[in-house]
Design a binder for this molecule. Structure first.
Ligand code: ADP
Ligand code: MG
Length: 259
């Protein structure tokens, strides 16, 4: 559903992404791995419309979305979460979910967030969905907690919850496991899996935790130095000498060496 075709991006003299092509097929949980500085987040930023690629083309369900800004993509059902969660710290968890209403046509995401007061007064649909999402992610007990008081892992769950409040078809997750303890990582992993199988979400996941990638992702793409160097199942990639050298090193399970 998302095709990335020969996309490149330079920052000054630095070629952050060079000629990368791959697909995120509908219904997949596609993995993207590689050492720090490989260009993974830059690629996500281009797909998510934070800045356009220098060259290349990106399509969503056949529609050219190259260079479209995030709020346009949001209305087309493409959302991303960030390596560092962007929750509103002085609002409660429940309020954070309410400010991402589904399909407020004609409004951009930022306005939609700012207009939460109106959303709150809307019909019960948004509120029902909020309770559903809280229960699904097993964070109902945190509903009235200020988001700023959550642990790193709980913030990641809230971030996923906010993606669930949109009409997302495809969700880009940038390191959902970063800085998260094992228990919460298990929850995040389960949430991604269930959102995929039970609710039809497509994911593209950047992550250093190879257990999570192995358990969830197929196919997995590997980037190094701005280029795509391999793709396949995690089992295949573990046998790939180039991938082992570039990234996996000696540690074949758990956190990959490069951080
Ligand atoms: P990854 O997510 O794989 O760790 P990034 O995409 O963040 O890698 O970074 C790829 C390269 O691009 C790095 O060398 C990084 O320093 C550089 N880079 C990323 N974003 C910017 C930016 N906004 N301005 C300048 N250089 C950047
Ligand atoms: Mg990154």
């Amino acid at each position: 559903m998302i095709t990335i075709d020969n996309v490149s991006k330079a920052f000054g003299g630095l070629q952050a992404v060079q000629g990368v092509s791959f697909e995120v097929t509908q219904g997949s949980i596609t993995g993207l791995i590689g050492p720090n500085g490989a260009g993974k987040s830059t690629l996500f930023n281009m797909v998510a419309g934070l800045f356009p690629p220098d060259t290349g083309r990106i399509t969503l369900d056949g529609t050219d979305i190259t260079g479209l800004p995030p709020h346009k993509l949001f209305h087309m059902g493409l959302v991303r979460t960030f390596q560092i969660p962007h929750e509103f710290s002085r609002m409660t968890v429940r309020e954070n979910l309410m400010v991402v209403p589904p399909g407020q046509s004609g409004e951009n995401l930022f306005n939609a967030w700012l207009r939460w007061g109106r959303v709150r007064r809307e019909d019960g649909r948004v509120l029902d969905r909020v309770e559903e999402v809280l229960a699904f992610l097993q964070i109902d007990h945190l509903a009235d907690e200020l988001a700023g008081n959550l642990s790193g892992g709980q913030k990641k769950l809230l971030d996923l919850g906010r993606a669930m409040m949109t009409d997302a078809k495809a969700v880009l997750l940038d390191e959902p496991g970063a800085g998260v303890n094992r228990t919460l990582l298990g929850k995040i992993r389960e949430a991604i899996q269930r959102l995929n199988t039970e609710q039809g979400y497509t994911f593209c996941v950047i992550e250093h935790d190879m257990d999570l990638i192995s358990a969830l992702c197929e196919p997995v793409y590997v980037m190094a130095n701005g280029a795509l160097i391999a793709s396949g199942t995690m089992d295949e990639l573990r046998q790939n000498e180039q991938v082992r050298e570039a990234y996996l090193g000696g540690g074949m399970s758990g956190q990959a060496g490069a951080q």
